[in-house]
Design a protein around this ligand. Structure first.
Ligand code: SF4
Ligand code: SF4
Length: 464
C-alpha cells in the first residue's frame, strides 16, 4: 500500500475584495425611524461595520452581507432590498461564468469543496460536460470513514507506455531497457494559460505549487529562467516547432512538442540530447483527430495531448465538444487495439472539478487545467491584459508564496472532489476511470434511445 496522498491546504486570503453576487440597497426616504431597526439586528453586524474600502472604492456592506435576507424581510416599509451586483454579472464570459469564477475564488481561498445548498437548482441538462452524469450507485455505501478514511482511493496515474509484461534473465536481471514511465499522484496537470498579467514571480509560484502537489506544469521554453532551476522535475517544457537548441532545467521528466509535419525529425533531435525524457505531442482537437492520434500511436509516440478550445469545444467546430472528441479518440485506439500503448491527456475548458472525472470516463488518462490556476489568483477574466491595460487585481504583483498557496488550495479542493466522485462510484484507482463510459450516462444517448422510436421531429419543430 503506497503512502496516502494528501494535499495539505491552509487559508490564503484574497488580496482584493472579491466581486460579490448581490449588494444591499437601503432607502432612507420614508424611514419610520423604528426604535429597534432591523439593521441593528443583523447577526453579522454588517451595518455596524459598514465602511468604504478606499483602495477599490466599494461599500463594505456588500462584501460582508451573508445574504440571510433578515433585514430585507423585516423592514416594515420595505426600504431594504438585495440587488444583483452588475459588476458580478459582467464577470468573465458565457463559458467562464460569474458563478464558476467565484466558486474557483472560494476554493483557492479556503481549499474547501464549495457547497451550493440542498438540491440541484440548475437545468436538467446542458452542453458539453453538462450533458453527462456520473454513476453514484455506491453513494449509499460510502467508504466507512469518509474519503480520507482507511479505504485508500488512489488518484495516481502513469505517463508513458506501460509494458504489457517484463522479461527477466536467468540471473533475475531485467532483460532490455527499463520502461520509460513516470507516475504522478494526481491526474490534474497545470497548463500555462493563454493570457494573464503574468510575472516571473507568478510562474515561480505555479512551479512551487506543482512541486508541493507532485504534479506537472507546462511552460513555454522561453519562460524558463534560472529561478526555476530547482523545479525541473515538475516542469513540462513546451518546445517550439523544430527547436534548434534545447535547454531546460535538470530533472525534467516530460517535454511537450506541438504536432508538425517534421515531427519525427524533431523527436529524433530531442532523443539524441535527452534519451530518458518522455515526449508528449500536442495535437489540436479538430476534424480528423482520431486518425492523427492513431498514426502517432503507431509511430511509437507514448503521450498525446488533445488540446481543445478555452470553452471546451473543437477548435474548428463549435458544435462539437471536448468530451466527445476525447471519447472518439479513445474508442478509435481501443478498436485498433493500441489504446494501452499510450497516455492520453486532454485540455480545454476544464473549469470545474467534476470535469476531471468526466474527461477520464470519456477516455483521458489525465487532464490539464489552465485558466483555473489564473482565476485562483483573483483573475476576473476581463482580458484587459490582452490589450496592454493594467490588471484590476494587480496579479503581476503577487508573491510566489501566495500564488503557490492559492493554487495548492484549488487543486486540493479538486482532489477531494475527485475522491468524492470516485468514492460514490466505488472506484478505488483513478487508472480505472479511463474510458469507463458504462459508469456514466450521456443525455444525447438517452434522448435518442428514448425518443427515436417516435419518429422524426418535423422540420421547424422541436421536442419540449
Ligand atoms: S441580509 Fe442579513 S446579513 Fe445581510 S445585512 Fe441584512 S441582516 Fe445582515
Ligand atoms: S483580471 Fe483581467 S487583466 Fe488581470 S490577469 Fe485576469 S484577465 Fe488579465
Amino acid at each position: 500500500m503506497p503512502a496516502k496522498y494528501t494535499i495539505h491546504t491552509q487559508p490564503a486570503p484574497h488580496r482584493f475584495e472579491p466581486v460579490i453576487r448581490s449588494g444591499i440597497i437601503a432607502w432612507e426616504e420614508g424611514c419610520l425611524k423604528c426604535a429597534v431597526c432591523v439593521k441593528t439586528m443583523c447577526v453579522y453586524g454588517v451595518y455596524d461595520n459598514r465602511g468604504l474600502d478606499p483602495r477599490q472604492m466599494i461599500d463594505s456592506i456588500d462584501n460582508q452581507c451573508m445574504n440571510c435576507l433578515r433585514c430585507v424581510q423585516g423592514c416594515p416599509r420595505e426600504l431594504i432590498h438585495k440587488s444583483m451586483n452588475p459588476e458580478y454579472r459582467a464577470l468573465g464570459d458565457p463559458y467562464w461564468t460569474p458563478d464558476i469564477i467565484s466558486s474557483l475564488w472560494y476554493q483557492a481561498e479556503t481549499g474547501k469543496i464549495p457547497i451550493s445548498g440542498a438540491g440541484y437548482p440548475g437545468p436538467f441538462s446542458g452542453p458539453g460536460f453538462d450533458s453527462m452524469w456520473t454513476d453514484m450507485s455506491e453513494i449509499v455505501r460510502p467508504t466507512r470513514d469518509g474519503i480520507h478514511g482507511r479505504e485508500y482511493i488512489s488518484t495516481a496515474v502513469d505517463l508513458g507506455r506501460t509494458p504489457e509484461f517484463l522479461r527477466f534473465s536467468e540471473s533475475g536481471e531485467l532483460d532490455g531497457d527499463e520502461p520509460l514511465v513516470t507516475s504522478i499522484p494526481l491526474p490534474i496537470f497545470m497548463k500555462f494559460p493563454a493570457f494573464g498579467a503574468l510575472s516571473d514571480e507568478i510562474i515561480k509560484g505555479w512551479a512551487m505549487a506543482a512541486r508541493r502537489i507532485g504534479t506537472l506544469m507546462t511552460l513555454p521554453q522561453e519562460k524558463i529562467n534560472a529561478s526555476l532551476d530547482n523545479f525541473g522535475q515538475w516542469l513540462m517544457p513546451v518546445l517550439p516547432e523544430g527547436p534548434e537548441s534545447v535547454s531546460m532545467p535538470k530533472g525534467v521528466r516530460v517535454i511537450e512538442i506541438p504536432w508538425s509535419e517534421n515531427l519525427e525529425e524533431t523527436i529524433s533531435d530531442i532523443k539524441k540530447l535527452y534519451s530518458a525524457v518522455l515526449i508528449s505531442v500536442k495535437i489540436p482537437m479538430a476534424e480528423g483527430i482520431e486518425e492523427k492520434a492513431l498514426s502517432l500511436t503507431r509511430k511509437g509516440i507514448s503521450i498525446i495531448h488533445l488540446e481543445g478550445s478555452s470553452d471546451g469545444r473543437f477548435l474548428d467546430d463549435e458544435t462539437r465538444y471536448l468530451k466527445d472528441g476525447i471519447r472518439s479518440v479513445h474508442m478509435k485506439l481501443v478498436d485498433e487495439g493500441v489504446r494501452d500503448n499510450l497516455t492520453l491527456l486532454a485540455s480545454g475548458g476544464l473549469s470545474m472539478a467534476e470535469h476531471v472525472a468526466k474527461s477520464m470516463l470519456c477516455g483521458a488518462d489525465a487532464v490539464f487545467v489552465d485558466f483555473p490556476i489564473l482565476i485562483a489568483l483573483e483573475c476576473r477574466m476581463c482580458r484587459r491584459c490582452t490589450e496592454g491595460l493594467p490588471c484590476p487585481v494587480e496579479i503581476d504583483d503577487a508573491s510566489s508564496g501566495w500564488v503557490a498557496a492559492r493554487v495548492v488550495n484549488l487543486l486540493g479542493a479538486w482532489h477531494n472532489q475527485l475522491l468524492e466522485v470516485m468514492g460514490a462510484m466505488g472506484i478505488r484507482d483513478a487508472r480505472r476511470l479511463r474510458g469507463e463510459t458504462g459508469r456514466a450516462m450521456f443525455f444525447e444517448e438517452l434522448d435518442r434511445s428514448t425518443f427515436e422510436s417516435l419518429g422524426q421531429v418535423e422540420e421547424g419543430c422541436q421536442l419540449e
